[in-house]
Design a protein around this ligand. Sequence first.
Ligand code: AMP
Length: 287
Amino acid sequence: MNDMMRIETPAAMQELALEWRREGLRVGLVPTMGYWHEGHLSLMRWAREHCDVLVASIFVNPTQFGPGEDLENYPSDVERDSALARDCGVDVLFTPVRDDVYFPDHGTWVTVPELTANLCGRSRPIHFRGVATVVCKLFNLVQPAFAAFGEKDWQQLAVIRKMARELNFPVRVEGRPIVREADGLAMSSRNVYLTPEERAAAPHIQKGLRLLEDLVRSGQTDSAALREAVTQYYDSNIPTGKLDYLELVDPATIEAVERVRGDVLAAVAMRLGKARLIDNKYIAFGN
Ligand code: AMP
């Protein structure tokens, strides 16, 4: 395909996807909520190399936002995203509207309880139900051979992997590394909510995780002690931040670990002004 198409209805998207399938084309999918940054673009550039037809979706999925969250204020600039999509070689930009994605009496949900009791699943109880359900819909509408997701949302990636495997989707779920600003802050559409002062303090979120890794590598394996040290670091360096969670978990099961004995994921969520920011660090032991 030469020129990018924009498709707005699920029916048109699925019709085209079925046609591609008949032609034997390998479809890649990058699901997003828009307001793209380099993290999104890295997924598209990677996906572009691995498929015949590349679909990027922009949908601010209402069912993954809880009451009082930023659904109605979520940043958006579809024209700008559209130009970026073209530059990345996207073939179809899929931008459905809410009422077309969810029927008024929508009542079917995909839940992955084992992986969602902890971290963001604990602080955002309906979040992953919304994510798993919308990704399931996107898989059915786009019929991809693979879909690419960022490791910044590690728990989301784990949930989608499990969902795809257990519901027998013929879709490879690809995890890609976190893209960061030059000062280490994980890129996020929500970084625009930060005031200049908050933005200046925000790189300490990652620095705290690096401190945690240094402590682990120098022999501290007790999770409580590690969390205490990093919480203190955050209190001193991001005094206006409100820690939502800082946890050490098994990277596969997302269960809390009390003592580090092998590969571990350190994950953090912090409210900083109007933003809720997440980050994580995979600490590997190369055995
Ligand atoms: P979002 O639009 O925030 O829902 O994100 C869409 C996709 O981009 C998800 O798979 C995210 O994990 C991924 N993503 C978001 N931020 C980053 C980042 N800084 N680095 C890599 N991937 C990211």
